[in-house]
Design a protein around this ligand. Sequence first.
Ligand code: NAP
Length: 270
Amino acid sequence: MPDTKKVVLITGASSGLGRACAAHLVSKGFTVFGTSRQPAEMPAGVQPIALDVTNDVSVEQAVTAVLAKAPRIDVLVNNAGMGVAGSLEETTIEEAKRQFEVNFFGAMRLCQQIIPVMRGQGNGRIVNISSLAGTIGLPFQALYSASKFALEGLSEALRLELEPFNIQVIVVQPGDFRTRFTASRRVVAAAQHSPVYGPRFATALQRYVSEENNGADPQLVAELLHRIILARSPRLSYRVGAWSQRFLVGLRPFLPDKLLIRLLASYYNL
Ligand SMILES: NC(=O)c1ccc[n+]([C@@H]2O[C@H](COP(=O)([O-])OP(=O)(O)OC[C@H]3O[C@@H](n4cnc5c(N)ncnc54)[C@H](OP(=O)(O)O)[C@@H]3O)[C@@H](O)[C@H]2O)c1
C-alpha cells in the first residue's frame, strides 16, 4: 500500500504536538483522525473524533467511529497527555491516579482496542509519545516522570509481544516544546501553600515553565513522526528537542549518579 493511503489515529490532536503531527500528516496526504474531548478544535483536513482517554466507553466508541469511516488503522499515536506537578509527599493518591489515568492507562486502553484491528489487518505501528522525563526522574514532577517511565516499560514489552504480528511499537521522547501543556499542568492542591517545599517547588516550577515557553517548535515532532511512519525498520525510541536536553539524557548511562543528581539540582536551582 502506498504510504499516503495509510490511516493514522492521533489522540490529543486539538493542541500542541498532536495538532502539529495531525496537520503535517494531512499535508503529506495521509488520512488522519484526530481526537479531543472537544473535537471541533481539529486542524483542517483532520477528521475529528470525540475521545476522553480516561473513559473505557469513550475509547471503544472512538475506535468504532474511526472504523465506520476507514477500513483499517495503520498507525496509532498515543499522544494525549498532561502533567501533574508538586512534591511527591504532598501529592494525594487521587491526584497521582489522575496522572496515570491519562498518560498511562489512556494509552493502554487505546492499545487494547486497536491491537486486534492491527492483528486482523496483518500490520501496524503504535507510536507512544513519552518524554525525556520518561528517562530521567524530574524533581516535583515525580508522578509525571513515573507515568512516562511506565509508558516506556509498556512499550518495550509490547514491542516484543507484537513482533510476530508485524506490529511495531515506537517511543518518542520529546524535550521541552511550546504547547498548551504548560497552561494545562495541574499543580497538586497541597503544593499551592507548602510550608516544607514552597520555595524550592516554586523555583523548579518557574524553571520548567520558562524552558517550556522557550521550547522547541512542535513541527520537529511532526516531521519525526512522518519519518517514523515511513521508516522500513523503525527503532524502539527516538529523542527529539533541544540538543542540550537530548545530550544530557544520552550521557546518563555514563555519569556517576552523584554527578547526575548534582547537575539536575543545579539546573533546577534546588
Ligand atoms: N510540551 C512538552 O514540552 C512535552 C514534552 C515531553 C512530552 N510531552 C508529551 O506530549 C504529549 C502532548 O502534549 P502537548 O505538549 O502537545 O500538550 P497540549 O498542548 O496540552 O496537548 C495535550 C493534548 O492531549 C489531550 N488530552 C489531555 N487530556 C486528555 C484526556 N483525558 N482525554 C483525551 N485527550 C486528552 C488534549 O485534548 P483536549 O484537551 O482537547 O481533550 C490535547 O489535545 C503529552 O503526552 C505530553 O506528556 C510534551
